[in-house]
Design a binder for this molecule. Structure first.
Ligand SMILES: C[S@@+](CC[C@H](N)C(=O)[O-])C[C@H]1O[C@@H](n2cnc3c(N)ncnc32)[C@H](O)[C@@H]1O
Length: 291
């Protein structure tokens, strides 16, 4: 009989806080790698602090103690991946969010769009669609809806389904009416929806020409040429190198003199693309591609 080799037992001592942090970093990197390889969603260049918070929130909600345990569950259970995707994609949105953005869009972008016989607008990261219906209303009031095609995309298929339906909570209608008026709305907001048991059902005509499709800004490519791209409150979750790649994607996707609209906390300054655009409205983060 060959004598069994004694397996050395690990030192019986708790990890230091630096070691715990190092281990956590390895676990997070492995989990993100596992997600790309199994599902194709790439969160490796998302801003790390908020990413870690969200991973831990999901781990705890699943009753798990470590990020490695979350990795195992995500790999073996696609439903868990769906839940994690919802946590990671942060879908907060409202109609006429930041009303001043829409006032500026009416004043500075609409006249440019009017110079084209037909235009295409890409709303990237549209979440549950409130932004899509808001812009469609602006276009309708400018007489442009019939000659505009809106492409509304998001990484998350579940939110796109809700965007397609265009049914929003009735409780939100007071806030949205207020936003609509602040955004320069020209009609009674209630003209755009019917209130029923399900909620406020928005007029189908607003999205008759809209295309809703899944598109991942991290890994998918340019799919058309646009006269305007609106991507608000999405790139705040990306690190600088990923932001740069997305700016490249937008630059490749815009016609010359096309307009880029970002969220209030986002900027093209110091992105490496600032010289390719001129400012249409600095405060409202509207730029026009000039080169
Ligand atoms: C905070 S919401 C912003 C919604 C809307 N644009 C607004 O400003 O109200 C961010 C959206 O970006 C989407 N998103 C996150 N990462 C994405 C990616 N890599 N590609 C496309 N969409 C992404 C999320 O699913 C989410 O719906």
């Amino acid at each position: 009989m060959v004598p069994r080799q004694a397996v050395p037992s690990p030192p019986d001592k708790a990890l230091t806080s630096t070691e715990t942090r190092d281990v956590e970093e390895i676990e997070v990197a492995l989990l993100l790698e596992a997600i790309v390889r199994r599902y194709g969603f790439d969160f490796r260049e998302y801003a790390p602090a908020s990413l870690k918070r969200r991973l831990w929130r999901r781990a705890h909600a699943e009753g798990l103690e470590t990020i490695s345990a979350l990795q195992s569950r995500v790999l073996h259970d696609p439903a868990c991946m769906e839940r994690l995707l919802v946590d990671l994609s942060i879908n907060v949105t409202t109609m006429f969010r930041d009303p001043s953005f829409y006032t500026a869009f009416r004043a500075k972008v609409v006249p440019l769009l009017k110079t084209y016989p037909f235009s295409r607008i890409w709303i990237a990261g549209c979440s549950t669609g409130e932004e899509v219906y808001s812009l469609a209303i602006v276009l309708e009031e400018a007489g442009l809806l019939e000659r505009t095609r809106i492409y509304a995309t998001d990484i998350n298929g579940a939110v796109l389904e809700r965007a397609r339906l265009g049914i929003f909570s009735l409780e939100k209608m007071r806030e949205y009416t207020q936003n609509y008026l602040l955004a320069g709305g020209q009609r009674a907001f209630s003209e755009y929806y019917l209130a029923n048991y399900d909620g406020a059902v928005f007029d189908r005509r607003l999205v008759e020409h809209a295309v809703f499709a899944q598109h991942n800004l991290v890994s998918d490519h340019c799919f058309n040429e646009f006269h305007a791209i609106v991507c608000r409150n999405v790139m705040i979750y990306f690190d600088r190198s990923l932001q740069r790649r997305v700016f490249q994607l937008f630059h490749d996707s815009l016609v010359r003199f096309g307009v880029l609209g970002l969220g209030h906390k986002e900027t093209i300054r110091n992105s490496g693309f600032e010289n390719e655009y001129e400012e249409l409205d600095g405060a409202e983060k509207l730029w026009r591609k000039v080169a």
